[in-house]
Structures are given as C-alpha cells and as structure tokens.
Design a protein around this ligand. Sequence first.
Ligand SMILES: [Zn+2]
Length: 145
Amino acid sequence: MEQLPTRDALRKRLVQIESDACSLSEEVAETDDHLFTACSFACEVWQDIMAWCRLPPLFAFSISDIILYHKTVKGNKEHIKMVKPIMLLGYWSLWKAPNELIFNRIKTKAAMIVQQVKALGFRWIKASSKRGLMTEEQWRTFEFG
Ligand SMILES: [Zn+2]
C-alpha cells in the first residue's frame, strides 16, 4: 500500500473523499507515483527544473527515480552536489501543492513550484556549503563559471 496519503491511498483506507482523481491534473487516480512522475503538472515542474539546471530531461517512473536522480548526473562535481537538494525541494514542493489546494484553496501553478524551489534552494545551498559566496545571478542562471 502507498505510504503517502494520496487520494487513492485514502480511498483504499476507506476515508470518504469526493473523488480519487489527481488534485493537480484531475487526469487519473492520485497515486504517489502519478503525483510525482506521470502527472502533467509534475512533468512541467521537472521539465522547467531540468532546463534551469542544464540537465537532460527527467524520465521518472517512481519516486525513487526522483530521489536518486542525482546519482545519474554526470559532469562537474560541485554542480552534481546541488542536484540532490534541488530534487528533494521539487519533491517536497509537489507534495505541498495538493495540500495547498485542499486546505487553503490555493491552486498552485507549475511556475510557482519552480520559483519556490529556486528561492528555497538558494538559501539552503548558500547556507550549507562552500557555495556561501554564490550570487543570486549565478543561482538564477545556474552558471557558476
Ligand atoms: Zn495529476
């Protein structure tokens, strides 16, 4: 059984819900793999994050494909170190999006998620690494020379 309380998981646990359709796309049942990988909303988020980080497109079929994505990245070691927290922030932000809709009635857009990943990632990476001298311009363009 799914670990995350997605709509599909709640329905299976006999929790009364209006619909088990994905909160973000309403495409199919909201399972954890759908929410983070196959959902058109999630795909848009990952596509924008990959483009920003100058990484090849993400082909994820499960949550572990996202969590372990940094292990598949090749190139500059410092660049690769930043990919893991960025992917975790993307995952966390995607998880929050349906909750924002359900509890706060805020319909999140993919661009808002990407913006949140960039803003939180800048502070997180700047505070926790040798990247303390990183400028916002370097972060925004993902160009570290
Ligand atoms: Zn969806």
